[in-house]
Design a protein around this ligand. Structure first.
Ligand code: ZN
Length: 182
């Protein structure tokens, strides 16, 4: 089932059809209903709805759903984060330009604590193996500009494969959370 969408219009279009969908978990048909919103950072200067929950309703008139409640989301947003994909891109680009984690945080992420900045950096390290697997299934790694730093090489690979808005594009094309570790 598709989870990431380019814009609200695409999500609205999807939500209109959920009552005809088959649940991939329990196989029931016609049991999905809308189930509220997830709010958070949508872009650098916009806070609003970034996710829509749907629910496989156990009390559906079309049969018994299983209670599974996935969300569908804008591909420009990050799950459980107070910042957008665009903001994380700026942070990563700063690291790529040679800035330290501290300087990149100070320049682009200072609205969260420094501790959060470092935790985010370590999270990116943990996400590497999944990101790398997805990348390698799409294109070979680019020529090494950042010799010896595997994380930075992978960011270059991401840029080359998915363009300037590589986090949004990654989520849209791969249909996986950028910051997932499993
Ligand atoms: Zn179900």
């Amino acid at each position: 089932m598709k989870r990431f969408f380019k814009n609200k219009k695409a999500i609205e279009h999807f939500l209109k059809r959920i009552n005809t969908m088959t649940c991939p978990v329990c196989g029931a048909s016609g049991t999905f209903v809308r189930h509220g919103y997830i709010r958070g950072a949508v872009s650098i200067d916009e806070y609003g709805i970034r996710g829509w929950r749907i629910y496989c309703d156990p009390d559906s008139t079309h049969g018994n759903g299983c209670g599974w409640a996935p969300s569908v989301r804008l591909s420009s947003t990050l799950l459980y984060r107070c910042f957008s994909a665009e903001q994380l891109c700026l942070f990563i680009n700063a690291l790529l330009s040679g800035l330290s984690v501290y300087s990149a945080w100070k320049e682009y992420m200072a609205f969260v604590s420094l501790r959060t900045g470092y935790r985010l950096f370590h999270r990116l390290i943990k996400c590497q193996s999944i990101l790398r697997t997805e990348l390698l299934s799409r294109s070979p790694p680019p020529e090494k500009k950042n010799a010896g730093l595997p994380l930075l090489q992978m960011f270059e690979h991401l840029q080359e494969t998915f363009g300037d808005e590589f986090i949004t594009e990654y989520q849209q094309k791969v249909q996986k959370d950028f910051l997932t570790t499993s």
